[in-house]
Design a protein around this ligand. Structure first.
Ligand code: SF4
Length: 393
């Protein structure tokens, strides 16, 4: 039975295609953002600090030396710095400051008893074991008043509002897990260390809020398991995505940018986009435009891309399969309606609403034999949209 983590579910919500690359196809990439690299080094330092705490208090300079050693040993050429005005050195020093601030605020690290460090938890969300979740708690603590505390370190550079944390799914889910695994944990507190601001933030969940979260996560797991299309979703997060060479909205760009600038114009996709953009700018020759549009669609299909790069513009070509039902009044239409009635699914598409039929077929909502009979009356066609955009300078 599959197990889901919150970051896995979050990836699906952000981009279903990236989810597929990571969790379905399991394509490993070494590339990671410097922010994630820094976050991991901070977590390593905290884990060591609290592990050692059972025996001694690690001095600050020793902790910083541990951090520096880890930074140097783990650094690799695939660490990506997206913000070009920053250097690796800037991030290394930032991590040092996070450690110094945290150390000064929490010394002598005796706010309760450590129950687990980087503690892996796995638990079902429901009684039947249909929905299974997993996670890693940065630090699980037993507070002096007997409450369990879930501590999480955040190295991000934006401070969340309290309301965001009161809705935060990750630690809320960990609370569900903690209470399943340790039923004596009657009271659970959620604690975030926002180390970039030297701020500690807390939240508690009511049983109703946990139940609502449980239902929300179960619904998202249902959506993931029903997903067939895994469409790409472009956003600012693409800048941190390591799958550009496989992604249909990025891979042509990667291919073109690998060429010397003076050879761009010879690349077939670039030639199509440049010609299209030229017509588009001058609004000349509709007929020629249709020809280039068709060439763009053909190129996009052949290369498996959705965005074609040009010298100064890009073309986005999106195609969608549409279910086409027989024309009103035709004998096929009448026969299809009878099939739908006989299969007992007529109410779902009554008066044969084509979008409803399209959704039902696309989602595979009906049993295989019903679908099979209905497919005899319908056809599919792909409709394309081609849009041009100028590169931003
Ligand atoms: S580059 Fe963007 S759209 Fe493509 S897979 Fe990655 S996140 Fe998704």
């Amino acid at each position: 039975m599959a197990e889901y983590s919150i970051s896995q579910i979050g990836t699906f919500e952000e981009c279903a295609l990236q989810y597929k690359f990571v969790y379905v196809d399991r394509i490993k990439r070494l590339e990671e953002g410097v922010e994630a690299f820094l976050g991991q080094r901070f977590h390593n330092a905290m884990e060591w600090l609290y592990r050692e705490r059972a025996f001694r208090i690690v001095p600050l300079d020793e902790l910083l030396a541990f951090y520096e050693k880890q930074w140097a040993e783990k650094w690799h050429p695939e660490v990506k710095i997206v913000r070009t005005e920053r250097t690796a050195e800037d991030y290394r020093l930032l991590g040092r400051r996070f450690i110094e601030d945290y150390y000064k605020r929490h010394y002598p690290f005796d706010e309760g008893r450590v129950l687990g460090l980087e503690r892996s938890i796995r638990f079902p969300l429901d009684g039947e074991g249909r929905y299974n979740c997993k996670g890693i708690i940065d630090r699980l603590m037993l507070a002096p008043d007997g409450a369990f505390e879930v501590h999480d370190y955040k190295t991000s550079s934006s401070l969340p509002e309290q309301a965001d944390l009161d809705r935060d799914r990750q630690l809320g889910l960990y609370q569900i897990g903690v209470q399943r695994l340790w039923p004596e944990a009657k009271e659970v507190r959620l604690v975030w260390h926002m180390v970039a601001f030297d701020v500690e933030m807390r939240s508690r969940r009511t049983p109703e809020a946990l139940e609502e979260l449980r239902r929300e996560i179960a619904g998202l797991i249902d959506r993931i398991e029903a997903e067939r299309e895994f469409a790409p979703h472009e956003s600012a997060l693409c800048n941190w995505c390591p799958y550009w060479d496989l992604c249909p909205v990025k891979k042509h760009l990667v291919k073109v940018e690998a060429l010397p600038k003076d050879r761009w114009k010879d690349e077939p996709g670039v030639a199509i986009v440049d010609a299209y953009a030229e017509r588009w700018r001058t609004k000349r020759g509709l007929e020629a435009e249709v020809k280039i549009r068709n060439a763009a669609i053909k190129f996009a299909e052949k290369e498996g891309v959705q965005v074609i790069a040009g010298t100064e513009a890009r073309l986005r070509v999106t195609g969608k399969e549409r279910v086409v039902s027989p024309a009103k009044g035709s004998a096929e239409r009448e026969a299809l309606e009878q099939e739908l009635r006989a299969a007992g699914v007529w109410d779902e598409v009554s008066t044969l609403d084509p979008p409803a039929l399209e959704r039902a077929v696309a989602e595979g909502r009906w049993a295989g034999d019903v679908l099979e009979r209905i497919r005899a009356y319908i056809s599919t066609e792909k409709r394309y949209t081609v849009t041009v955009s100028e590169n931003s300078s």
